[in-house]
Design a protein around this ligand. Structure first.
Ligand SMILES: [Zn+2]
Length: 133
């Protein structure tokens, strides 16, 4: 089971909303399967239907986390006009086998839709994610 606090979930949602009409991307760091901190990244993808984290930012962040003894727990992104399900491209880009892929769907009116997946044997398997108050 993956654990994310409601505070971090709210930060992800705010990031997704202010990134519209583009997708947002960012990282949750912590230990094992528990997310403890939120790290938004800049989406430099040219279109609105995909995301690509700024690689300099990402490398700097991953180095900082390593120095602090923290792990990348989850990598999140949003689907401004789609469901909280991985796209075909997301499946190809799921290159971090130990990190949860969090997908935020923004189709629904004001309702949180967020699902987590883990890459395993070339597939993305749905994960149980607990949002803790
Ligand atoms: Zn996606």
């Amino acid at each position: 089971m993956w654990i994310i606090s409601r505070i971090l979930v709210n930060k992800i949602l705010a990031h997704a909303q202010r990134s519209l009409p583009r997708e947002c991307v960012g990282v949750l760091a912590g230990h094992g399967r528990e997310a403890l901190s939120w790290h938004p990244l800049t989406n430099i993808a040219p279109g609105e239907q995909t995301f690509l984290a700024d690689s300099h930012e990402q490398i700097r962040l991953f180095r900082e986390l390593r120095e602090q003894g923290r792990e990348v727990v989850a990598i999140y992104h949003s689907h401004p006009t789609g469901p909280a399900q991985p796209s075909a491209l997301d499946r190809e880009l799921a290159v971090y086998p130990d990190a949860l892929m969090l997908v935020v769907g923004m189709q629904t009116d004001g309702r949180l839709e967020m699902n987590g997946f883990l890459a395993h044997d070339g597939r993305l398997e749905p994960q149980a994610v607990t949002i803790r108050d």
